[in-house]
Design a protein around this ligand. Structure first.
Ligand code: URA
Length: 142
């Protein structure tokens, strides 16, 4: 199933991963799978937030099983959809989840190992901030 972004239309915080996982693809919602457990159960509540208070999305809209590749034109269409979401939500803060999303928002040279944990100004927006954490899955115990 295609997994579009979801959440609050004018959310201040915009979380963006790379691809939906298998569970996301079943439910049609981003960040509902096992690697997002701590994110949903602990991080959001700790921040006093619910899923419906933020925007949750991915660079690409479809789960890609191991060994399969994603169509290039489909990727371009997905990115266009992401740009539309970003313009509609107009968040104050973007939290890119993972290396690909971090490069998308901070530029191709951004190396997650070097840039994570630092609050950046959005190179493409006057007042927006970008805070890349280390990937949420890196912290999720089995
Ligand atoms: N779930 C998503 O929807 N995206 C990710 O990047 C990771 C987990």
């Amino acid at each position: 199933m295609r997994v579009p972004g979801c959440g609050k239309r004018n959310a201040e915080i915009f979380f963006c991963g790379e691809f939906p996982g298998v569970q996301e693809s079943r439910e049609g919602e981003p960040f509902v799978g096992r690697t997002s457990r701590d994110f949903n159960k602990h991080l959001l509540p700790l921040l006093g937030l619910r899923r419906g208070d933020v925007w949750l999305t991915n660079l690409y809209r479809e789960f890609v099983p191991d060994g399969q590749t994603y169509d290039k034109e489909q990727k371009a269409r997905d990115i266009e959809e992401l740009r539309e979401e970003l313009a509609a939500v107009n968040p104050r803060l973007i939290v890119p989840i993972g290396a690909a999303a971090t490069r998308f928002f901070l530029g191709d040279d951004a190396d997650l190992d070097e840039v994570h944990g630092i609050l950046w100004r959005d190179p493409n927006h006057e007042t927006r901030l970008i805070f890349p954490p280390a990937h949420i899955a890196a912290y999720t115990p089995e």
